[in-house]
Every structure is written in C-alpha cells, then in structure tokens.
Write a protein that binds this ligand. Structure first.
Ligand code: RUQ
Ligand code: CUA
Ligand code: CA
Length: 647
C-alpha cells in the first residue's frame, strides 16, 4: 500500500516533477542537454572512480546518462536538492539539526531545549510559552524520531528526549519549530525514546534511566534497595504522560514493534549497582517487553497508583507482572532495533560480542503462556564483534551493527544468523567496514520504517581523532556516510559535527517536502496568543502600528516590511514593562526580518507571515536603537528605529 512503487498514494516530489520553479527547471534541462557535451567531461571526472575506470572511452560517452544517475546518488551538485532529510540530534547543544543527505549539508538548526539568539528562542513570548518561564540552560538530546502511521513516517512531528532535565519535546515538521516540551514526572533522565509505529503515533515511549527514590524528595537517600525507575508512555497528540510502568533494574534504549502491541527496553543495570563494577557483575541483564493492551486495560480497571503530586497512573511491571516480560540478554545491552519486516527485534550486547535476535511472534507466545522460558523468544544470538551498540536494516534481510570497540560496522544476514543458531553451518557475516572511529548509532535511510530502502547508512562516530584539521583538544564527532545499495558497503563521506549527535533519522524527501510551509499561515497557533492580545487592544497586526499604554505596561505593535518597521520610534518610561509585537507583512518566501534592541539583550526573528513578540522591562534610560538582524533588502542596514526610555 505504502511502498515506493505506489505512485497513486505517494506525494509527488516537486524536485523531480514538472511545475517546479522555472529557474530550477531551466537549470535541470540545461544540465541534461549538456550531458552529451562538455558536462560529460565534468561528470566522468567526479563520478565514481571504480565505476568508470573499467569502461572504455566509447562506453563512457554512451553511458553518461547512467553515470549522471550514479553521480546523483552520492554527490549533490550546486543547486540540486538532496534526496533525503536527516534529523540530527544536537546532543549537548540541546537542539536538533536538519541535514540534507547524501550531501551531508547542514540545512538549518531547530532550537529545542537550548536558548538561541538567532531566532530568539528563550527570548520571545512564543518560545517561552513552549520552554516555560524558568527554562533550564540547555538539554542533552539523544534520540529524534518522527511520528509514524502504520509503520511509515507521516511527516507530522519529530520527538526528542532531554536526558539532562528529564524532558521530551515535540517539533512540528511543517514549520520545523518546537511546539511542546514536557517534564516527565517520577523519573530521572529520559534516555531511550521511540514512537509507536502502529496504528499511529500515538504513544511516544520514554525510558527513565537512573534509579532514585520516588518521590525523590530527600527521603531514603541511602536506601538503595528502594531506588526505582519507570517506563513512560506519552500521548503524542496531547503531550501528556498517559501512563508509567514501574520496572526492575534501569532502562537504557527503547523500541516499538510494527503492530502497536509492544514496546521493549534494554536494561544494563539489572544489578541495581551504584558504581561501574557493580553494573558489570551479571553475565546477563535483560530487555523488558511492555504489553501495551494489557497495560491500557490495567489502567482502565484502576489497577494503578500515583506517586507524589503526579496524577499519572503508575502500574507495577516488575518481575512477575503479567504486563511485562523480562528476557535475559548478555551483557549490559544497549541499543534495541526492530527489523522493518515487522518480525524481529535485536538487542545489542555491548559487553558481549553478540546481538540477541528476538521474534515478536514468540514474544506473543511468551505472554500467552505457550512458551514458558522468556529466552525462548530469542531466535538467534550471532557473534558480531566487539562492542555492539546499535543495529540498522536495509530492507533486504541484512542488518548493520556498530562495533564501538572494533571501530567497525558489521553487515550480517538475519536469516543466516537464525539458521546458524539452529545448528546450520552458515556464515551470517557479510562484510565489516572500518569506520573512524568508535561508532555509536548507525542509521539506514528509512530503516526504522516499513519503507527501509537500503541506500544509505550513517555511522555516527564518537571520535574523529586525525580525520580533520586540528581544532584544539575538543574534537568534532565524525558522521560517516556509507553507500549500502550494492553488495558491499562503500564509504562515501566524512562529516564533522559538533558534539554529540547520538542518533539521526533519515527520510526520503517525498514524505516531507510538500508538507513544509514556505511562509507562515496567519492563523498559526504558534503565535495565536500574540494575535489574541492584539485583538484585545483593537489592533489588526497586519495593518496597525501603534503604542498602547496600560498603567506601567506598554504594548508596541508594529509591522515590518522590507526595509521599514511600522514605527520609527516609541517612548517608554524607565521601569515600564514593554511588550513589542512585530508582524512580518512581507509574506514573501525567504524575506525574514529580525528585531534586535541594542544593549537590551533582545533579538527575535520574524519569518514571512509571522508575528513575534517579546516582553521585557525597560530598566535602562536612554536612546536604544532597534534594528533588523536578517539581511532582508538592499536597505537592510537602514531598517531601524529608536526606543526612547525616559529616566
Ligand atoms: S545512546 S550511542 Cu544515547 Cu542512543 Cu547509544
Ligand atoms: Cu528587515 Cu533586514
Ligand atoms: Ca549489567
């Protein structure tokens, strides 16, 4: 129904269809026309060496169209669009970064948990509504995941965790802006995060990693036995925590099945150790499977408690509960990844050279009591190499596992691994490729959906060492792009990145390109509060520029149209609370204005069609120029005005 060949249900891709902007079409046509001539030379010069070297001159000339196709697969010439969007976790920066793949070009950054002066994230009233008034200084993002419907990316939202402050955020993909951030109660440090794949997202699953007393209010500080953590299901539509499950041990990464029945999390600290060596005692920790229908039924039946001030229903999913299944897995397992055929899920052994392949249908049988030993859910445990952390899939039955210690990615075949587990003499390993260095996550194009297309693999390496110009003691990470479309993996590009993008998702542009807005809708909820406030003041923000005083509160409304603000100067008194609301009436693609007040710590971005507002206290008397910070017009430097603050 939803696969790539179903053209009827699939969005046309403007970058490959007619009707795109005239200049782009013109350039495309001229490039095609030029293939027979001089352009052919350029193509063979920068095409794949291996592919062209063996061909004679005649076939090279005749094969230019094919070469051009090949070229487009790993190089994106100037002016051409990438085939894939990549959502990169921004790690400790607290942001999300949007990339184009295969070019590895960073397209834009999306501030999430971090203050960002460029767009005024943390400064504007619109962003403070999302961040809360006393937002912490940043975040620690690991796992971005896009909402899905029936196992396909649906282009609505990207969700991401903040381990540093136990939060989960949602990014709207139509405007690439964060629209909700929530605190997750009763746990500490959200690490693993995934979305429910079916029927839709639905739930966003979030692992609380660290063990602590609950409520964590100063009681039982040394009473380690009472420390606990929980698994949380957040409603992706309302961004409220729907329920939580108390578990044994801690929780690391999490995953969901393709049927909407299960979520599954790794635990590396089944020992409940409080120091490193204690967490490495057991030869096997476990994964814990959450039975979603049973949990929902338990909540409905009132079989839950609440903790402290939180109203979230908490069900007991510790050993012996019918709501969960604990499957022993060697050793300190880390990543957990479901195969896109909907059949298997793989836990990555980290301290064990193995990965453990479990079959969802056998997990069914365990819950139904047909299989007595939870280990019976394991259908293969291939030895892959040292330090397996995460696994990705190509949709052709192969898996790709990062080996942190070996600095390699191993390609292996799932069916062969199962055969080997059943005693057959087969080699499930297909290839190992060196990466530079120490990979954490790897991710394939569309590989966490039913549409896994087996074209690209990203290795997100924690160390870059000698791969780039030296930049001081702190090195960039190295994200490497690997072509997996053929039988052998082929390293295509190195990409330095600022620490530390744990994880990415890659999705084909056809799933998103038509959903992305080029200018804001005037009735967008993102700035609805500012519009409502203006209405109360009798202001039409598209036309009126006006100053309104209510006691010590001053409201300044102005339009912005390149290169002029609707108000040239306004006067306030020292100590006034000032709210400036700027509306960009240039609803023209890419004509963004800024509004910065010099020496007042204020900057905000007003992209086309948007309204942005900021509230501050005029605590310094004097003349303060406000000016536009986005180069919008030949007279951009002159786009300015004065705030006069009376002593
Ligand atoms: S984790 S590098 Cu934070 Cu996703 Cu494995
Ligand atoms: Cu408006 Cu620069
Ligand atoms: Ca352990």
């Amino acid at each position: 129904m939803h696969d790539e060949t179903d053209h009827a249900s699939r969005q046309p891709d403007p970058a490959e269809a007619p009707g795109q902007p005239a200049r782009r079409q013109f350039m495309k046509n001229s490039a095609l026309a030029g293939l027979a001539g001089a352009a052919g030379l350029t193509l063979s010069a920068c095409g794949k060496q291996g592919a062209t070297a063996g061909k004679g001159a005649a076939s090279a000339a005749a094969g230019t169209a094919a070469d051009a196709k090949e070229l487009a697969s790993d190089q994106v010439p100037p002016g051409q669009l990438d085939e894939y969007y990549g959502f990169w976790s921004g790690g400790q920066s607290g942001e999300v970064r949007l990339y184009g793949i295969p070019s590895m070009r960073e397209l834009i950054r999306i501030p999430v948990f971090n203050p960002d002066f460029t767009i005024g994230w943390g400064i504007t009233n619109e962003s403070k509504r999302v961040l809360g008034p006393n937002f912490p200084p940043g975040g620690d993002c690991h796992h971005p995941h896009m909402s899905q419907t029936d196992g396909h990316y649906d282009g609505r939202y990207v969700f991401i965790n903040d381990k540093a402050h136990t939060r989960v955020a949602r990014i709207r993909c139509d405007v690439m802006r964060t629209d909700r951030i929530i605190d997750v109660p009763n746990v500490q440090a959200i690490h693993g995060l995934r979305v429910q794949r079916a029927p839709r997202t639905g739930y966003v699953f979030a692992n609380g990693e660290f063990l602590a007393p609950a409520p964590n209010d100063g009681h039982a500080l040394e009473d380690v036995d009472k420390y606990q953590t929980m698994f949380s299901a957040i409603d992706g539509d309302t961004m409220e925590v729907a329920w939580q499950v108390l578990v044994d041990g801690n929780l690391d990464n999490t995953e969901a099945d393709y049927a909407g029945k299960y979520a599954i999390s790794t635990c590396y600290n089944s020992e409940k150790g409080m120091d490193l060596s204690a967490t490495m005692q057991a030869e096997r920790d476990w994964v814990v499977v959450f039975n979603i229908p049973r949990i929902e039924a338990a909540v409905k039946a009132g079989q839950f408690k609440t903790v402290g001030d939180s109203k979230v229903p908490v069900v007991d999913g510790r050993h012996g509960s019918p709501l969960t299944l604990y499957i022993p897995i060697p050793k300190n397992p880390h990543g957990i990844n479901a195969s896109p055929d909907g059949k298997y899920v793989v836990a990555n052994g980290k301290l064990s050279p193995t990965v453990s392949v479990m079959e969802w249908s056998r997990i069914d049988d365990c819950f139904a009591g047909k299989l007595k030993d939870p280990r019976d859910a394991v259908v293969a445990e291939p030895e892959i190499g040292l330090g397996p952390l995460h696994t990705a899939y190509d949709g052709r039955g192969n898996a790709y596992t990062t080996l942190f210690i070996d600095s390699q990615i191993a390609k292996w075949n799932i069916a062969d691994a199962i055969a080997a587990y059943n005693g057959k003499k087969v080699n499930y390993l297909r290839q190992k490729i060196d990466v530079a260095y120490q990979p954490g996550h790897c991710h394939t194009s569309m590989g966490e959906t039913r549409d896994a297309d087996g074209k690209w693999l990203l290795s997100l390496n924690k160390f870059s060492k000698d791969r780039f110009l030296p930049v001081g003691p702190l090195h960039p990470d190295n994200d490497q792009l690997i072509d997996i479309s053929g039988d052998t993996m082929r390293l295509v590009a190195d990409g330095p990145v600022y620490s530390e993008p744990h994880d990415v998702v890659l999705l084909h542009r056809r799933l998103l390109i038509d959903k992305v807005k080029h200018v804001w809708d005037r009735d967008d909820p993102y700035f609805a509060d500012a519009i409502a406030m203006a209405k109360r003041h009798g202001i039409n923000v598209l036309a009126d520029s006006k100053v309104i005083r209510e006691g010590r509160k001053v409201y300044v409304y102005m339009t912005s149209a390149a290169p002029i603000y609707g108000i040239n100067n306004f006067k306030v008194k020292k100590g006034d609370e000032v709210t400036v609301t700027v509306t960009n009436i240039d609803a023209v693609e890419d004509v963004t204005h800024g509004f910065c007040i010099a020496n007042y710590g204020i900057n905000m971005e007003i992209s086309p069609g948007a309204t942005s507002s900021v509230t501050f206290t005029a605590d310094k008397a004097g003349v303060y120029w406000y000016y536009c910070t986005f180069f919008c017009h030949a007279m951009h430097m002159e786009m300015q005005g004065r705030m006069l603050v009376e002593a």
